[in-house]
Every structure is written in C-alpha cells, then in structure tokens.
Design a protein around this ligand. Sequence first.
Ligand SMILES: Nc1nc2c(ncn2[C@@H]2O[C@H](COP(=O)(O)OP(=O)(O)OP(=O)(O)O)[C@@H](O)[C@H]2O)c(=O)[nH]1
Ligand SMILES: [Mg+2]
Length: 220
Amino acid sequence: MAKRLDLQKNVLSSNDQAAAQLRREFATRRLLVLNLMSSPGSGKTTLLEHTARVLAGEFKMAVIEGDLQTDRDADRVRRAGLPAVQINTGGGCHLDVPMVRRALDGLALDGLDILFIENVGNLVCPAAFDLGEDAVVLLASVAEGDDKPGKYPTAFHRADVVLLTKTDFLPVTEFQVNLFLADVAKLKAELPVLPLSCRTGDGLDAWFAWLRRAVAAKKN
Ligand SMILES: Nc1nc2c(ncn2[C@@H]2O[C@H](COP(=O)(O)OP(=O)(O)OP(=O)(O)O)[C@@H](O)[C@H]2O)c(=O)[nH]1
Ligand SMILES: [Mg+2]
C-alpha cells in the first residue's frame, strides 16, 4: 500500500513540475489557457460551440478535446469553426501534461488568444492534474442536482469560475439554486458562479464578459 501511495505522489509531483514549465511557455505567448472540467454531459462541448460562433471575430481560439474514445467532440468544435485536436485516453479518466504537449504539436499557437482544454468528463481525477492552465472553468449542470459542491469539493476548490449550466431545466427539477450557491460559498467564498443556458442563451453574455476580462488580464 505504501509503495502505491509513493508512486501516486511521484506521478503527481512530476506532472506538477511539467505543468509549471508549460505554464511558463504559455505565459511567454500571452496565451490564455482554460481547463474545462465537469461530470460527463454537463455541456462543455456545447458551450465551446456557442463560444466559437459568438467570439470568432474577436479572438483566435483553439481547442484540445479529451475523451476516452471517439473524435466526436473535436468534430463538433471544428464544425463550429475552431481548430481542434482530439486526445483519446483509452481508459484514462483525466488529461495530463504529456498528453497536452502531444496535442500542442497539432495546433498553430502563434497569434492564438485562447486555448480551451476540454478535460475528460469526470469530477474526480481531472482535479488532481494541473495542465499549466491559467484558470479552471468548472461546469455543473442543473440536471445533476444541487448537492455536488459538497460531494466533490476538490474540483470546486480547483475552480476559478463555476458555470451552472442548463438553467432552462430549472422549472422541471428540484434543483435549489440557493443551496448550490451556499455550498459553493462554504468551500470557496470568492468563487464566482455564472448561471447559464446554451438552449435559451440566458447568462451567456456574463460568460463572454468573463472571457474578455481574462484575455485582457493575460495580455497586460
Ligand atoms: N437543455 C439543455 N441541454 C443542454 C445544454 N447544454 C448542453 N445540453 C445538452 O446536453 C448534452 C451533453 O452536452 P455536451 O456539450 O456534449 O456535454 P459535455 O460536457 O461536452 O459531455 P462529455 O464531453 O461527454 O463530458 C447534449 O445533448 C446537449 O445538447 C443547455 O444549456 N440546456
Ligand atoms: Mg464534450
């Protein structure tokens, strides 16, 4: 058991060192890098499709897609107009720095403003792996229930912004926004929560404003 724990610690600390190096390289390019995390199906790819279509004239963006299998998400964001590289982890439940580095070989980084990394749908493992990102964007959908912050605290601790997605489902669920917000605040008082729906478009402007501020901060 002790050996297994040591190995896990080594894997994490070597990933952390590699992530720090990657972060320095992204900083030199003044490239904003966002690590999108959520449980499967919370709406990560849908959000990227909407973001691609609305902000195409404003920012140069690219996407790294992480999934166990298939190129479906990369195909979707390409159809929305963004260059994308798909990583298939096989059975792996998260992305790590070596995977991101291999994917970067397939992308033109010059002049890029934003790189989105859509992590494997999972609220547990991705939270342990730094990818050299500037910010973790954590999506939690109304359909999953309002109890997730308390049950998956590590992911919420890692987050720099929480997107409460699929708010169009609120009338047909028991989801209590106040309970969710109180749970988030208990974990990390200053963590912003942006409720939104890609179905209706409600709340998307606040997400775009958050992105614009983040790009501007990175360029300064
Ligand atoms: N009603 C509603 N459905 C949504 C919304 N956003 C996404 N969906 C639907 O939710 C499903 C999953 O969306 P995806 O964007 O594929 O979710 P994901 O997080 O990328 O999923 P994985 O990559 O498998 O983890 C799709 O059927 C979307 O159409 C929304 O705001 N409202
Ligand atoms: Mg997806």
